[in-house]
Design a protein around this ligand. Structure first.
Ligand code: SAH
Ligand code: SF4
Length: 398
C-alpha cells in the first residue's frame, strides 16, 4: 500500500485554548484548588481544608453544582459560584449501540470568538467483568497514521486536564455511577480507563498526566493506576516519563515490525524508529510479568498480516513483558486498507499464542455507532444540522 508521496510526519501548529471567563474547577489538583481559592480571597489558613472539601464533592461525589456541597458554608458556596463552575464538557449527543456500547459526543469551547466549538468523542464499553471508558486526549491528532481516521482531521487542539477528567465525569454522570449512587453489591460501571480515543496522549503530556493523577486518586474518582492504560504511537522521550510521572499501564501502537512499513503506517516511526521504541519499552519503569506492556497490532489485509510478520513480532518482543492485542481493522469512508481475512487473523494469533503470548483479538465494539477504534469523529463531522438535532434529541431521552 505505497503512497505517491510520504505523508507528513506532523501537521501544522496546534490551536490555542482560551479559558472561559468563569472557569470550571474540574481538572485542578488539590494544590491548584487551594491556589484558586487564594485568588478569590480565601484566607491562607483555610485554603487547604477547603480544597480538600471541594475535592471530595467534585471528584468523589461528582456533584455538578456548588449549592449541593452542603458541608461548605452557604456564604462560601455563593462566593465560589460567583467566580467558578464545576462544569464538565457539554454532552451534545449520546448513542447506544446494540451491543451496549455508548458513545458521547462532547462539545468544548473553541476559545476563539466566532469560531465553531470543538467536539470530541468518548466511548463506554461494558463487558461482563469490567466497564472500560475510552477517553480522548486531543481534538483530532497531529500525527497521520495512514489507517486511522482521526489522523485525517485537520483541526487539532490539546485538551486541558479538566476536559480529560471531565470525560470520565460525564460517563459517571450519564451512567449514574458516582460513589453514593453505587449499586448494592458495590460494583461500579466505569472500572477501567484507556487513553485510546482521539489524539496522541504523549503529545499532550502535562494535561494527560495531571488528569490521570486525578482519575486514579483513591480519595476521588478512584480508578486504580493498574486499571488505566495509556496508548501511544511511540513518542519515545515521553514513554519513560509516563512510567515515572504517571505510573499507568502502557500500550504501544506497534502495527508493523519492519521500519520500512512502520514508516508508512505510523509516520512518527521516522522520528523514533523501532529499535528506539522497543528500548523505551524495556526501560519502562514498573513493567513486569504481572504488569505487561500491551502491543497493539491492527490487522491489515496483505499489508502486515503474514506469518513472517508474526515471527518477526515474536522475535522483536523477546525480553519485554508483553501481551499482544490484535485489532481487526475498522474501515472508514475513503480508506484503501482492508481488514485481514478472519482465517489469517486466526493463523497469526495462533502463531503468537504458541510462542507464549496471550493474543486476544479485540472484538470490535459499537461498530454500528462508529465507536470502534480509529472511527471516532468519523460521521459526526459530516452531519447536517437536522441530523445533529436528531442526535441531540436522542441524548435527552435516557
Ligand atoms: N494515538 C494513540 C491513541 C489513540 S488510537 C495511539 O495511536 O496509540 C487507539 C488505537 O486504535 C491505536 O492502537 C490505533 O492505532 C488504533 N486504530 C486507529 N485506527 C484504527 C482503525 N481504523 N482500525 C483499528 N484500529 C485503529
Ligand atoms: Fe493519532 Fe493514534 Fe490515530 Fe495515529 S493512530 S493518527 S497517533 S490517534
Amino acid at each position: 500500500m505505497t503512497q505517491a508521496s510520504p505523508a507528513l510526519l506532523e501537521k501544522t501548529a496546534l490551536e490555542t485554548y482560551v479559558p472561559p471567563a468563569k472557569p470550571s474547577l474540574i481538572g485542578l489538583s488539590r494544590a491548584e484548588l487551594a491556589e484558586a481559592l487564594g485568588g478569590i480571597g480565601v484566607a491562607a489558613s483555610q485554603r487547604k481544608m477547603r480544597a480538600q472539601q471541594l475535592w471530595h464533592w467534585m471528584y468523589f461525589r461528582g456533584v455538578a453544582e456548588f449549592s449541593e456541597m452542603t458541608s461548605i458554608s452557604k456564604e462560601m458556596r455563593g462566593q465560589l459560584a460567583e467566580h467558578f463552575t464545576v462544569a464538565r464538557p457539554e454532552v451534545v449527543a449520546e448513542q447506544i449501540s446494540n451491543d451496549g456500547t455508548r458513545k458521547w459526543l462532547l462539545r468544548l469551547p473553541s476559545g476563539v470568538a466566532g469560531e465553531k466549538a470543538h467536539e470530541v468523542e468518548c466511548v463506554y464499553i461494558p463487558e461482563t467483568d469490567r466497564g472500560t471508558l475510552c477517553v480522548s486526549s486531543q481534538v483530532g491528532c497531529t500525527l497521520n497514521c495512514s489507517f486511522c481516521h482521526t489522523g485525517t482531521q485537520k483541526l487539532v487542539r490539546n485538551l486541558t486536564a479538566g476536559e480529560i477528567v471531565g470525560q470520565v465525569m460525564v460517563a459517571r454522570d450519564r451512567l449514574n455511577d458516582w460513589a453514593d449512587r453505587e449499586t448494592s453489591n458495590g460494583n461500579r460501571l466505569v472500572t477501567n480507563v484507556v487513553m485510546m480515543g482521539m489524539g496522541e496522549p504523549l503529545y499532550n503530556f502535562d494535561a494527560v498526566r495531571d488528569a490521570l493523577l486525578i482519575v486514579s486518586d483513591n480519595e476521588g474518582i478512584g480508578i486504580s493506576r493498574r486499571r488505566v492504560t495509556l496508548s501511544t504511537s511511540g513518542v519515545v522521550p515521553n514513554i519513560v516519563r509516563a512510567g515515572e510521572e504517571i505510573g499507568v499501564m502502557l500500550a504501544i501502537s506497534l502495527h508493523a515490525v519492519r521500519d520500512e512499513l512502520r514508516d508508512e503506517l505510523v509516520p512518527l516511526n521516522r522520528k523514533y524508529p523501532l529499535a528506539e521504541l522497543l528500548q523505551a519499552c524495556r526501560d519502562y519503569p514498573g513493567a513486569s510479568n504481572a504488569r505487561r506492556i500491551t502491543f497493539e497490532y491492527v490487522m491489515l489485509k496483505d499489508v502486515n498480516d503474514s506469518l513472517d510478520d508474526a515471527k518477526l513480532l515474536v522475535k522483536l518482543l523477546k525480553g519485554i513483558p508483553a501481551k499482544i492485542n490484535l485489532i481487526p481493522f475498522n474501515p472508514w469512508p475513503g480508506t484503501a486498507y482492508k481488514c485481514s481475512d478472519w482465517d489469517q487473523i486466526e493463523k497469526f494469533s495462533e502463531y503468537i499464542f504458541n510462542a507464549g503470548y496471550s493474543s486476544p483479538v479485540r472484538t470490535p465494539r459499537g461498530r454500528d455507532i462508529l465507536a470502534a477504534c480509529g472511527q471516532l469523529k468519523s460521521e459526526t463531522e459530516k452531519l447536517t444540522a437536522r441530523e445533529r438535532e436528531a442526535l441531540r434529541a436522542m441524548a435527552m431521552t435516557d
